[in-house]
Design a protein around this ligand. Sequence first.
Ligand SMILES: NC(=O)c1ccc[n+]([C@@H]2O[C@H](COP(=O)([O-])OP(=O)(O)OC[C@H]3O[C@@H](n4cnc5c(N)ncnc54)[C@H](O)[C@@H]3O)[C@@H](O)[C@H]2O)c1
Length: 359
Amino acid sequence: MPRKFIQVGTGGMGRTWCTTALPPNITDGLIEPVAAVDIVPEQLANARKGLGLPESKCYTDIHRAFDENEADFAIVVVQPAAHETVVDIALAHDCHILSEKPIADTMEASVRIAKKVALAGKKMGVTMSHRFRRDITTLRDIVWSRTYGELDYLVCRFTCAARNRGQWGQFRYDIPDSLMVEGSIHHLDLLCDLATQGDGTLCDTIYAHTWKPAWGDFAGDCQSLAMMQMQNGKRCSYEGAKANAVGLNGWGQEYLRAECDQATLIMNHAGLEVFPYGTGHTQRGEGQPVDLIDQPKWSNTWLIEKFARWLNGGPAMETNVDDNLQSVALIFGAIESGRVGAPVDVQAFLAGHVARIAV
Ligand SMILES: NC(=O)c1ccc[n+]([C@@H]2O[C@H](COP(=O)([O-])OP(=O)(O)OC[C@H]3O[C@@H](n4cnc5c(N)ncnc54)[C@H](O)[C@@H]3O)[C@@H](O)[C@H]2O)c1
């Protein structure tokens, strides 16, 4: 039986959900759309076109959409500051939740959401799409399988030329900490995941600077240099920037280097090459190319399938809301580190919030 869903937010990234991520899972009989909501009526055209919903099942009033349609789960594709309100409505209608990242726009709201979901006895997954990309998954397979021995450290560069309002959507120019909340949430998450080498270890400390150069239209910080140390001793360094002169390594084109005992691995612009130990002095482009893994679904398309299988009694998806609190602790820990000018103990930071925040 396909699981019935209501999608909230059908413009922006919601359009990609309607046209690309959801249809293969509908075709596979895993899920079935019953309604869509967007406060801007024109954006509902994406739900009609991509999901095949009739006009009568496309709503601008979220309460009517949930009152008038029985659903198993809600899909949340609105700005992070609106996630908690949508989650509250979904839970009030006995729905599970599949939400875009980050869980919410603050540490407090993220912890509240996880607690409300647990109290309601529901399942919630968060779509950390980049961790489940084809290139990252291939790199993870090599690093975790220890094909080239133990990992020593990771380096990631994500740099974009999006300093002018509108070049990275609209709301990101008005919120605090747009790089961390809307960008680095993916990179810090996938770096820590790679650095575990599958041992389930967590991030121990994060030390970060975040700032905004004079030429950025952003209200909040849009650049960062950060360093993380894992409980297993592995280290990760990160450069993230949205207001550079040129975009060297934008979305899907990040530069990622994994330094392992027996090889250096470089991922760049979705290509992967390996430089085995003994190669001596070399440079990018002179390594051995690595074939990327092949499978039918990637990123959100794959995550939707994982979520549907979880609802049907399969294993919990990796990015279930409780585990994904780790990822929000990384970004808000990084912001806190910049504020206090010292490394932040990520686990103590998260535990402090969990202990303090009531629902
Ligand atoms: N994983 C990725 O690659 C990726 C990429 C982009 C955005 N996102 C995430 O998707 C979410 C949405 O971001 P976006 O870029 O699409 O934002 P957006 O502002 O471009 O689009 C949001 C849509 O939601 C609608 N909306 C806003 N508030 C609403 C409400 N209360 N009820 C119903 N509809 C509402 C808006 O009208 C708009 O159509 C965010 O959580 C963001 O982080 C993820």
